[in-house]
Ligand binder design. Sequence first.
Ligand code: ATP
Ligand code: MG
Length: 393
Amino acid sequence: MKQLIMIKYGELTTKKANRNVFVNLLTKNIKYMLRNFEVRIHKDRVRMYIEVLDGKFDEVVEELKKVFGLHGIVIVNQVQTNNDSIKEVVLKLVNESNYHTFKIETKRADKTFPIPSMEFNRLIGGHVLKNTNLKVDVHDPDVMIHIEIRQEGTFVYTSEIRGAGGYPVGIQGKGLLMLSGGIDSPVAGYLALKRGVDLECLYFESLPHTSIEARNKVIELAKIINRYSGNIKVHVASFTKIQEAIYKTADDTYIITIMRRMMYRIAEKLAKKRNCKIIINGESIGQVASQTLDSMAVINQVTNMPVIRPVACMDKLEIIDLSKKIDAYETSILPFEDCCTIFLPKHPVIHPTLDKCIEMESRFDYEPLIEECVDTILTISNFEEQKEYLDLL
Ligand code: ATP
Ligand code: MG
């Protein structure tokens, strides 16, 4: 008997035309995720099988749970197609836990096997009844035994472990994540990755007002979400000159609004340069003054690029739960100042108007500063083993 991991693609199977692209990308992502294990991957049109050669079965399953686009993980027992081997493994499985009822479901993909499925259910079921105290329950069994008879052998398995769902990372191309050191933006990045959007990150810093520790914290957060990608880069933009100019010229209450309009302008330029189709950020409706609907509207006005806010409709506690789940929380709450929190005005405007923004922005020549900011961006790409450097396929 040999144990294998069977992967079910789930949602992908509905996308017939793109099937090969999906499956190939998923395979590449799985290979990346399992790069530290010795595995062999076999795939066909509907399934993928992973053979674990180094015995680290449980660890491999844990890694697979992080792969987006993968809907079910099933531990299957492959045996030779003969009644005795099948009976033996079925008995082992029904005895694995304290089950009271069972059901056998046979699928005879190999029609050269002489016993029809229904009859085989009864044959194997009879063997279980004879050798255990379990009873049959066809409607709601404690354990369901699946027997798939195929040309390459018979696959016997019980339950399915739920995969991470979503789509393979990268299937939608790339988005630019505005990544700060807070709780919300890493979660926003994680959710975008889950829908198949690969990421590049943009971090604004204001040295010397913000520290190198703050930058390192953002890189740490990028590494955490990179566990789901392998491609992530961090672009560090120096925001000092723009921020100082805003402080000098804008009304106190509008400082954050104008700052965020500048950030969006820079993000759009970088996104276009880096072939990112959307901007993603961690804004959540009503969380702070700059995230009221009025604020979002005047801030968003500077760009035509779609801005996706995956956590927009989540409560802070829900975002925190997800942040903990992806192991980002402890890093996010480290106490380093962000450029949005230094010199925070006492009463930021809650209902800003576009006219006022435009008037205040006309008080300084921001275009050259934006150009300079984009041109001097520092890109950190090899902060971790990167997928593109591996020979994957
Ligand atoms: P977070 O917890 O992600 O820091 P927040 O609740 O503190 O978010 P803001 O500071 O208003 O909210 O920022 C809203 C979003 O704008 C952030 O989630 C992030 O996407 C982006 N952002 C804020 N500051 C920066 C920064 N210094 N660099 C890059 N993006 C930023
Ligand atoms: Mg923040």
